[in-house]
Design a protein. Structure first.
Length: 269
């Protein structure tokens, strides 16, 4: 349909294309540099931003770049109904620990032992990533100390990355987490795509599809920036809707009016 109409050799606004050819926005570059810094020094990093700004996507790119012989990545997507046992069971499973019949203290000890063995004997650094960390209960947050407090040893054995919505930062700022805040070495808030980055992103995607003619007018690009709310995810959806509408209306160059139609079809209000 619209792919051939606009002369695109592929659909460059699908998630799969982003994975293979990441657009290096300022947020993307800042996130990866901080992830790598954390990998080197170990400690805790907190990354917050509204949904759709690319947090999980950047994490995936970072994880895929790591040498599996040097690093062990444990990824956990937190849910609101997750208990302390559920949380540490996922970590235990990642380290091949049977926690089914363990008491809590025994489970903690076994996880700590496996982490030490991984670092000291296998020379691999554990990197534990908790996505949607705003869903963590206070009990789980308090028990995170199990991952970095070792008896008679002040050495940091892991890199812990907490990623979530802005309310995660609000929760962690409370005085009850002072002991945790002392170990946070990176705290970054995503800003989303700038107006110029929206234009650069669209141009770079169209180039991947071998498009060398104008598809979006200047006023359409401005409207896409305003309507996307700086979110790469929302921008992609908007663009796909615009391409479909433009094809249906036989408009080889998409203008701001088409963008507003596309926005209207996306929004529920």
């Amino acid at each position: 349909m619209y792919q051939s109409y606009y002369g695109m050799s592929c659909n460059p606004f699908l998630k799969e294309v982003d994975t293979i050819n990441p657009f290096e926005s300022n947020d993307y570059k800042e996130l990866l540099s901080r992830f790598r810094y954390l990998t080197e020094i170990r400690g805790i990093g907190v990354f917050t931003g509204n949904p759709g700004l690319g947090k999980t996507y950047s994490l995936r790119c970072y994880s895929n770049s790591l040498n599996v012989d040097l690093y062990k990545v444990v990824y956990i997507s937190a849910t609101k109904d997750m208990t302390v046992f559920d949380f540490f069971k996922e970590i235990g499973n990642a380290f091949n620990i049977d926690v089914g019949s363990c008491y809590k203290t025994e489970m903690y000890h076994n996880i700590q032992r496996e982490i030490i063995l991984l670092v000291e004997q296998e020379k691999r650094l554990p990197i534990i990533i908790i996505d949607d960390a705003q869903n963590l209960s206070r009990d789980i947050i308090h028990q995170l100390k199990v991952l970095y407090e070792y008896e008679m040893d002040s050495k940091d054995y892991i890199t812990l990355i907490l990623v979530g919505k802005p309310e995660l930062k609000t929760e962690l700022s409370k005085n009850i987490y002072d002991y945790l805040k002392q170990r946070i070495v990176v705290n970054y808030k995503l800003n989303g795509l700038s107006r110029e980055e929206v234009k650069e992103y669209i141009e770079s995607r169209l180039k991947l599809a071998n498009v060398n003619h104008e598809i979006f007018s200047e006023d359409a690009l401005n409207a896409l920036y305003s309507c996307s709310k700086s979110s790469p995810r929302r921008l992609n959806t908007l663009i796909l809707n615009c391409l479909l509408l433009g094809f249906q209306k036989d408009m080889p160059v998409i203008n701001s009016e088409i963008v507003m139609y596309a926005k209207g079809e996306m929004d529920l209000e």
